[in-house]
Ligand binder design. Structure first.
Ligand SMILES: [Zn+2]
Length: 750
């Protein structure tokens, strides 16, 4: 029988299955080979767990039509990115356009949700009764069965240890049960095993339809949450696997999305728990490696040897705290979320049979990876957890944006085994993540848990919260109306830019907008005075020095640059700052009498009230590309290159009250083309270049003590960057290192 006629046969079977509520004559599917119109149906993600030796875990996508017929979809998950990826479409009615490929599969070109009543997608929270009907089906060519009906009944409906109703009640702290579950069968399927599965195909939809159809007279389907399809063969090739999923079916007059599992003969009660876990919406957890079934701490990873029970084969251990929390089983009062700059000593109760009152889990956000976090849980060898590797605190690192294995065991010896001592934290041991300022010290065991001290200090940490739309170096930055204005610079190709982007913490980026009257880079930074952004001098698109002064009113409703009085001298390679309502511009380079660019130490002051410039006393030495900022009513010119082209750490300070310069203690690191900003009364100098090396180091100057201190280095070495202080944070923006220009932004908490 070829696959085309198989589809016709399964369509007939499905029509028979639904005949008492939809008395239509059997219709023939349009063979997929000729399909070119968009197809509509419900989209479902299938978690395919191969038998040992049959390859890695896979994910399969199915488009299920109104008769329950499935078409397997081949597609790059990126095609669904705008809908939140495949998981965002799971259980939703979709329209799919694609190209038929071998064996009735469809290569997807586009997929989108369609209007209309959405399918009842599985909810993230699973509370209350979730009855499953387990349907035992024999292939027409196989008579032997591996387990008795009584055994399946005890597994799937058992209310004492070890039975699934008892299990889910214990695992969920009585939030969920499978009361009302039922076993029916054995039924004999209309076809042999080879009809449904072979070395390289598996018609899960037909198997579901035929098995459910055989049981239809004995089962009122809509009263069940899920359907377990238990067969009596072991399957082979890519179908030698068990599957947990959802599937939209019209049965007994109702269209409903069911949790559905496909279970082969060798399935144990632990297999049921794992696959039913998928139907509840759980993915896998794992160790921090590329394997799926390696963590003995979670039934959603390991359902293999080690959890052996004489009469029951493998016993399911608990699932991890992250999964219990996802499903709504951890009461809010028993979950500790650790805020910044916090130290907490608490007792964590073990996940299996916990004592009352204390926390069941702790969650610690990772400062340098927004959205990611650690979970901390206590595990002890009791009841379903009696075969765990040990009694210990176990940490998982969770990234909700991973496609699978969202939670991964923290295994500090990185030896490929997440079940050994390096994954088990016991009294006297301390976990440390210095990049995130986190320590977890295990103090002592209690009869039903463990005492821990959790510290989280975000002070002095860097994070990478965002990127600009355009990489740029030698840019200007300033803060106006609590937003950071990023102005001009050169992109990766060296093109000098006019464009402005605006970053509002909490609001993200807007722009590009408000283009400069002309391209500018490598200038003197930008300064905000009374809501007006000023940009003085800089290099034009050809690299020539300029004298222009551009001004942008940021609070006028419309963004438009004005051109004001030009500077008295050509100016770039410097910096600027506001003191006493006036703009001070330090020129690190200017034009000689012959028009050539020369290093300089010129200082000019602009008065916005009169639109006039004043030439002030020049610095005692030249500073080419220094860091410039104002603090305590004085202008600081820090580092840069001296006249011989060497980076310097020299600090020259201008006092407007006396029109004089003085020196301060040298910056420890000689550097040029760094960025500077003032935060908390200190002048921070960030990155830059020392000779040929790009720097990530940060040094802070305290004008009160005339002392420099070293602060945490930023993650990315960079020079020609913009540095800005906003909202209590320090931002390092763009610049360059070995690449031509950077778009990334990094943020420091002092
Ligand atoms: Zn699985």
């Amino acid at each position: 029988m070829n696959r085309r006629s198989l589809f016709v046969a399964s369509a007939v079977a499905l029509a028979v299955l639904g005949c008492h509520d939809e008395p239509t004559t059997p219709s023939v599917e349009i063979p997929l080979e000729s399909a070119s119109r968009p197809l509509e149906g419900w989209f479902h993600v299938l978690w395919v767990d191969p038998a040992p030796g049959y390859g890695p875990a896979t994910v399969r996508y199915e488009l299920v039509d109104k008769r329950g017929h499935g078409t397997e979809l081949d597609f790059d998950p990126g095609v669904a990115a705008r809908w939140g990826g495949p998981r965002g479409l799971d259980g939703r009615k979709v329209r799919v356009d694609g190209t038929p490929v071998a064996r009735g599969r469809l290569r997807v070109r586009s997929i989108e949700p369609v209007a209309g009543p959405p399918a009842a997608a599985p909810s993230a929270v699973q509370i209350g009764s979730h009855p499953y009907v387990t349907i035992l089906c024999k292939f027409s060519d196989i008579t032997s069965v591996r387990q008795t009906v009584a055994k399946y009944r005890a597994w799937t409906t058992g209310t004492s240890y070890p039975g699934l109703d008892h299990y889910w009640r214990q695992v969920s702290y009585n939030k969920m049960n499978v009361t009302g579950s039922k076993v029916v069968g054995w039924y004999t399927l209309p076809h042999p095993m080879s009809y449904y599965s072979g070395p390289d195909y598996w018609d899960t939809g037909s198997l579901l339809a035929d098995c459910a159809g055989a049981a239809d007279a004995d089962v009122d389907f809509p009263q069940f949450y899920g359907i377990n399809i238990q067969v009596n063969g072991e399957m082979n090739g890519r179908s030698a696997a068990t599957i947990g999923s959802s599937w939209t079916l019209t049965l007994d007059g109702q269209t409903k999305t069911y949790g559905v599992t496909w279970l082969y003969g060798r399935a144990s009660i632990a297999t049921y728990a794992h696959e039913d876990g998928h139907t509840l919406g759980l993915m896998h957890s794992s160790g921090p490696y590329s394997r799926t079934y390696d963590s003995q701490w979670d039934v959603m990873s390991w359902d293999g040897p080690g959890f052996y029970h004489e009469n029951w084969e493998h016993i399911p251990q608990h699932t991890i705290s992250y999964h219990k929390d996802l499903l709504g089983w951890i009461p809010a009062a028993r979950k500790l979320t650790v805020g910044p700059n916090t130290s907490r000593s608490v007792t964590l109760e073990r996940l299996a049979l916990p004592g009352s009152g204390n926390y069941l889990m702790a969650q610690i956000p990772m400062y340098n990876a927004p959205g990611q976090f650690y979970t901390i849980e206590a595990r002890q060898r009791v009841s379903y957890d009696d075969s765990l590797p040990g009694d210990a605190v176990v940490l998982h690192q969770v990234d909700p944006d991973r496609g699978d294995h969202l939670a991964q065991v923290v295994d500090v010896d990185n030896n490929g085994d997440p079940n050994d001592a390096a994954a088990m934290w016991t009294p006297g041991e301390t976990f440390r993540d210095s990049a995130n300022g986190i320590t977890v010290a295990v103090n002592a065991q209690t009869p039903t848990g463990v005492q821990v001290t959790i510290r989280r200090n975000t002070s002095g940490l860097w994070v990478s919260p965002t990127s600009m739309s355009t990489p740029r170096r030698a840019l200007a930055v300033t803060v106006a109306n609590d937003s950071i204005y990023v102005i001009g610079g050169a992109n990766g190709a060296g093109t000098v830019l006019r464009m402005v982007e605006i970053y509002g913490p909490g609001a993200g980026w807007t722009g590009p907008e408000a283009p400069l009257p002309a391209p500018r880079e490598g200038g003197n930074g930008a300064v905000t005075l009374n809501g007006i952004v000023y940009l003085a001098g800089g290099q034009n698109a050809l690299g020539g020095l300029t004298r222009t002064l551009y001004a942008l009113k940021t609070n006028a409703g419309s963004y438009e640059w004005n051109t004001l009085a030009p500077m008295p001298a050509y100016s770039a390679c410097g910096g600027s700052a506001a003191i006493g309502g006036k703009l001070y511009v330090f020129s690190g380079c200017t034009r000689s009498g012959t028009g050539a660019q020369i290093n300089a130490g010129l200082l000019h002051r602009y008065n916005p009230n009169t639109n006039t410039w004043t030439t002030l006393k020049p610095a005692p030495v030249t500073h080419f590309r220094p860091a410039v900022a104002a603090i305590g009513g004085r202008l600081y010119v820090v580092g840069g290159e001296n006249g011989a082209g060497a980076p310097i750490g020299r600090v020259d300070v201008y006092d407007p009250a006396t029109n004089t310069w003085s020196t301060r203690r040298n910056m420890p690191t000689a550097r040029m083309n760094a960025g500077a900003a003032v935060l908390g009364g200190k002048l921070y100098v960030v990155g830059g270049r020392s000779g040929t090396a790009y720097l990530k180091t940060v040094e802070a100057y305290d004008p009160v003590t005339n002392a420099w201190t070293s602060r945490t280095a930023m993650p990315t070495a960079r020079a020609a960057l913009g540095v800005s202080a906003a909202g209590g944070f320090l931002y390092a923006i763009g610049g360059r290192n070995t690449t031509a220009a950077l778009a990334t932004v990094e943020r420091f908490t002092p």
